[in-house]
Design a protein around this ligand. Structure first.
Ligand code: ZN
Length: 206
């Protein structure tokens, strides 16, 4: 299983980080090891002072008649070491250390079948930090809708059954701190409720 993430897919978010709006999807990957175990806390890594929340729609992939398609949707977090990402961007280096570290992804349990939505249905999602809405968006704001993302990604790599695609994040990203509470809502329903804790320093680097 792989996690495909789309960057700069919401115009207002691209702008808030000073990035140009892309003319084709910006794609990066997270490994399965990036996933935070279900209902565990978020732990802040020791190598960054600036971990940002990015709430995103998460689509799950199936294969039908030899073609990939999204069949279900949920929400998740693409946690980003913004300080490290900025350094990597300035050097023109890949983003993985800032985006694919252990504990950099959360995916809610509950997925909804896309079939259950009428064509063109607006799928709203919201992130609250300590009870206050910090990010909100919907699928209609995606510069590249999920079908366009799939078509583009498939030109380069296999999309396999069970792969996940993160939609990109709307505006309002920001730093998280120890003690924070992050609640994610899809269509008004609470799908995750996570606290932020300090990381235990791994034995290997003590
Ligand atoms: Zn993201």
């Amino acid at each position: 299983m792989k996690i495909i993430c789309i960057g700069r897919n919401f115009g207002e978010h691209a702008k808030e980080l000073g990035n140009a709006v892309p003319d084709e999807p910006v794609v990066f990957l997270k490994p399965e090891s990036a996933l935070i175990p279900k209902h565990a806390a978020i732990t802040l890594p020791t190598f960054s002072d600036d971990i940002h929340h990015e709430i995103e729609l998460v689509y799950s992939i199936i294969r039908k008649n030899g073609k990939a398609q999204a069949d279900k949707v949920s929400i998740g977090l693409d946690l980003t070491a913004r300080d490290l990402q900025q350094q990597l961007k300035e050097k023109g280096l890949p983003w993985e250390k800032a985006k694919a570290f252990d504990g950099s992804a959360y995916v809610a349990d509950a997925f909804t079948a896309l079939e259950s939505f009428p064509q063109g249905h607006r799928i709203d999602f919201v992130l609250k930090r300590n009870g206050k809405v910090v990010q909100s968006g919907h699928n209609g704001q995606m510069l590249f809708p999920i079908e366009a993302i799939i078509a583009n990604v498939e030109r380069y790599m296999l999309l396999d059954e069970g792969d996940l695609i993160f939609s990109g994040t709307p505006a309002g990203v920001g730093r998280i701190e120890v003690g924070d509470r992050l609640e994610g809502y899809l269509l008004g329903e609470l799908l995750f409720d996570l606290t932020v804790e300090k990381a235990k320093v791994p034995a290997s680097v003590r």
